[in-house]
Design a protein around this ligand. Structure first.
Ligand SMILES: *Cc1c(COP(=O)(O)O)cnc(C)c1O
Length: 426
């Protein structure tokens, strides 16, 4: 499913040895595989071809301009959640009507800018927001095309921080309320309220929650259309899983097999907003082991990457498979799983230099014996990795490299100390 593979005992990204990249560009380093992104995008595209789904790549999962350009060239549309993301997508010359704009807290500046350039859809999360968009659209002499985000009250069985489709979360409006909103905004010329949007959470490693939420959304659309509302589009959001620990995520084709029949032959335009399922396994974070320290049974591997580079373990307790970049012939893992424990391995915590006990990348892992100065690969780091990085402890953000076949290119330089203080004033 991705192009990070051990060849003769050395980790490669496509045709390039990862060690060579770390030696040349330094660590911590994000390395992405263009081929993997193309492959994941193509799988989703073909899985949902029967409903001719428009794929709006979720910019927040990995927002580097070169990654966005790669997706643009594949024909992707884009899902954004802020004015900053709007700027990124416009920066690479995407037609504004190929952008959908979600988010619970859109500011007036963001809405006005989006109206001005003419984005495709606003995915609206509350009545007050819709009222505000209507007012700003009227002022600007524009018509805002809107999909109302409903909250289908479905449990996606994922981390509570990334559960978004339950009634008690801040996202969307519940179905009864949605009917009221449609009624209330009927006949307003500045609003083209023509779609239903649903995004239940992430990652959703079972298909049933989508079936439930799409069934509810379609029932609502039928009811509205029978009453003459003219709903033309359904957006089923993102949230498809990725393989972090073994092979826990269904294939795009498996999601499609159950979801697509619910949407086919309804005359609706279908939108998807995948992020993680495209980028998670298209990127790794490479770190160097600075020091080793024993503590009872356990060894700490203190490395130069930290929670400031990859926050997911600290924030969500997420599992990322970690393995040496050059383990040699005898210790290449057969799968990326928490259950891997080869002979002679050592129990370790992989931690960073930040002054927080929550600063770890991996806990209680069995790794081959590691030398000082060795490189470690933290897998499945392409989504919600670099984009969540920070300068806490005045750490420079990592460099990012994109590999395509035999070629590697820096797509974001490592920050310098000058960059770090550039905006501050004495
Ligand atoms: C975050 C988000 C997505 C993408 O989720 P993934 O799990 O990365 O696929 C899609 N739509 C909305 C509205 C989101 O907030």
């Amino acid at each position: 499913m991705d192009e990070f593979k051990y060849v003769d005992g050395a980790l490669h990204c496509e045709k390039v040895p990862v060690r060579a990249l770390a030696d040349e560009y330094g660590t911590p380093l994000y390395v992405y595989s263009a081929g993997t992104i193309r492959d994941h995008y193509a799988r989703i595209r073909s899985a949902f071809s029967e409903v001719d789904a428009t794929i709006c790549y979720s910019v927040k999962s990995c927002h580097n301009l070169s990654i966005l350009t790669l997706l643009r060239d594949l024909g992707s549309d884009f899902d954004i959640v802020s004015g900053g993301e709007l700027r990124r997508v416009l920066e690479i010359g995407v037609a504004p009507e190929r952008i959908v704009f979600a988010g619970v807290g859109k500011t007036n500046d963001e809405i006005v800018e989006a109206l001005k350039v003419g984005i495709g859809w606003f995915n609206v999360e509350s009545e007050e927001e819709l009222e505000n968009i209507a007012r700003l659209a009227l002022d600007a002499g524009k018509v805002a095309r809107v999909a109302l985000r409903i909250n289908p009250d479905v449990d996606p069985k994922t981390h509570r921080y990334t559960t978004t489709g339950l009634r008690e979360t801040k996202f969307g409006v519940d179905i009864e309320r949605a009917k009221q909103v449609f009624k209330c905004f009927r006949g307003r010329d500045e609003i083209d309220l023509a779609g239903i949007h649903v995004h239940i959470g992430s990652p959703v490693n079972t298909i049933e929650p989508y079936v439930q939420s799409m069934t509810r959304a379609c029932a609502l659309i039928d009811e509205l259309n029978n009453a003459g509302y003219g709903i033309r589009a359904i957006n089923l959001g993102g949230g498809f899983g990725a393989h972090y620990d073994g092979a826990e995520a269904p294939f795009a084709s498996e999601y499609a097999k159950q979801i697509q029949p619910l949407l086919a032959n309804r005359g609706l335009a279908v939108y998807l907003e995948p992020g993680r399922s495209i980028t998670a396994n298209a990127g790794i974070l490479v770190a160097k082991v600075l020091y080793r320290k024993a503590s009872g049974e356990k060894q700490f591997l203190i490395c130069d990457a930290a929670m400031t580079d990859l926050l997911r373990p600290s924030l969500y307790g997420s599992f990322h498979f970690v393995w040496p970049v050059d383990p040699g012939a005898c210790a290449v893992p057969s799968a990326r799983s928490a259950d891997i424990q080869l002979d002679g391995s050592v129990l370790v915590d992989v931690v960073g230099p930040v002054c927080e006990s929550g600063d770890f990348l991996a806990k209680d892992r069995w790794l081959p014996s590691i030398e000082q100065g060795e490189y470690l690969a933290v897998f499945s780091a392409g989504a919600y990795g670099f984009v969540m990085s920070s300068q806490y402890n005045s750490r420079q953000r990592a460099a990012e490299v994109l590999v395509d076949g035999r070629n590697a290119k820096v797509i974001r330089q490592r920050e310098s100390y000058d960059d770090m203080v550039a905006l501050e004033r004495l």
